[in-house]
Design a protein around this ligand. Structure first.
Ligand SMILES: Nc1ncnc2c1ncn2[C@@H]1O[C@H](COP(=O)(O)OP(=O)(O)O)[C@@H](O)[C@H]1O
Ligand SMILES: [Mg+2]
Length: 318
């Protein structure tokens, strides 16, 4: 599918250069980047706008605080440690459980306090941040995913990536973690991307490492039976990030917490292009249709437009 440039053009596949110039460059004012490039800032702004996010439990800003880590983590049995300015799942540690002084990862691996201190030290020194700048470590509430995803995600929370162009949800994909991705739903870590029909929330196609697959590599379940609940609510949440960030081209990552419902996990000013492979569809036709829209529509009207116009007539499942 991605071989022949003429075919690519016909399919309306967006490539790296055009994305960088016509979409990221033209739509995203650089002055708004710091807001989405820093997960702490995103959280504050989203909360102020009434958008639900996973709770922040603690932040660690200085190496000297590491001596006090035992107290900082007192009473926290499940949590996620992450670099505020990280990306692609790098430097993220998911802790599911605690037994005495040991912290247990989704794959059962046990960590000591000193292992966590070392991870935080790496985060603070900028090992995972853009440009190697010193960073802050965040400790976040562990999202407990909706049981609907039990069969489709292995040892980790799946997230729903929605590309929002000029405030319109344009394309979506569910990303499911695998044993390889170690509790994280990032494609580069080995997660599976499942294209999602914009009208219904049903699955379309699935890819891992850029190649088509039909079943989850660990759970063995067929992705074709999948339908995401609260679909319209998820699209509405994604579309509302436009007003909050002022970014005309963004990727919103949403997780479905079994108790709290849809939450915004993070926002990206430079979303990847693989979502088109999982949808077996190019994004350009959709962006062109959005460009032709006139007048100011509110969030709800934009979501209705996208559900009506970007649905696939025959999603993969019944
Ligand atoms: N609070 C959380 N609870 C459970 N899983 C999480 C949490 N935060 C992140 N994850 C897992 O890690 C992945 C990457 O996290 P994210 O915050 O999107 O950082 P990145 O910018 O590195 O992608 C998520 O897709 C999810 O699978
Ligand atoms: Mg992410």
């Amino acid at each position: 599918m991605l071989a022949n440039p003429f075919k690519l053009k016909k399919l309306g596949i967006l490539g790296m250069n055009k994305r960088n110039i016509h979409y990221i460059g033209a739509q995203n004012d650089r002055k708004f980047y710091p807001l989405v490039d820093n997960k702490l800032k995103t959280k504050v702004v989203a909360q102020n706008a009434g958008i639900a996010v996973p709770k922040l439990l603690a932040t660690i800003e200085r190496q000297s605080q590491l001596r006090n880590l035992k107290n900082i983590l007192a009473g926290l049995d499940k949590f996620v440690l992450k670099p505020a300015q990280g990306s692609g799942g790098k430097g993220i540690l998911v802790i599911m459980q605690r037994e005495g002084d040991e912290f247990i990862k989704p794959n059962g691996q046990r960590l000591q306090l000193r292992d966590i201190q070392r991870d935080i030290s790496n985060i603070l020194s900028g090992l995972y941040s853009l440009g190697g700048k010193p960073d802050v470590a965040m400790i976040e509430q562990l999202v407990e995913f909706d049981p609907i995803f039990d069969r489709y995600s292995y040892e980790g929370v799946p997230d729903i990536r929605v590309i929002v162009y000029k405030g319109y949800p344009a394309m979506a994909m569910l990303r499911c973690s695998t044993s390889e991705s170690d509790g994280k739903a990032n494609l580069h870590q080995g997660a599976v991307g499942v294209g999602i029909d914009m009208a219904s929330g049903k699955s379309l196609f699935s890819v891992q490492h850029g190649s088509p697959i039909t079943h989850h590599p660990d759970t063995g379940y067929d992705f074709s039976g999948l339908k995401i609940p609260y679909w319209e609510k998820i699209l509405t949440l994604a579309a509302s990030c436009y007003e909050v960030t002022h970014l005309g081209y963004l990727g919103a990552d949403i997780v479905l917490d079994k108790n709290l419902g849809p939450l915004i996990l993070e926002l990206n000013a430079r979303p990847g292009l693989a979502i088109q492979i999982a949808n077996k569809a190019g994004a350009i036709h959709r962006y062109d249709m959005i460009d032709k829209q006139k007048g100011h529509l509110d969030v709800q009207e934009r979501v209705k437009f996208s559900m009506k116009n970007f649905g696939t007539s025959e999603p993969n499942n019944k």
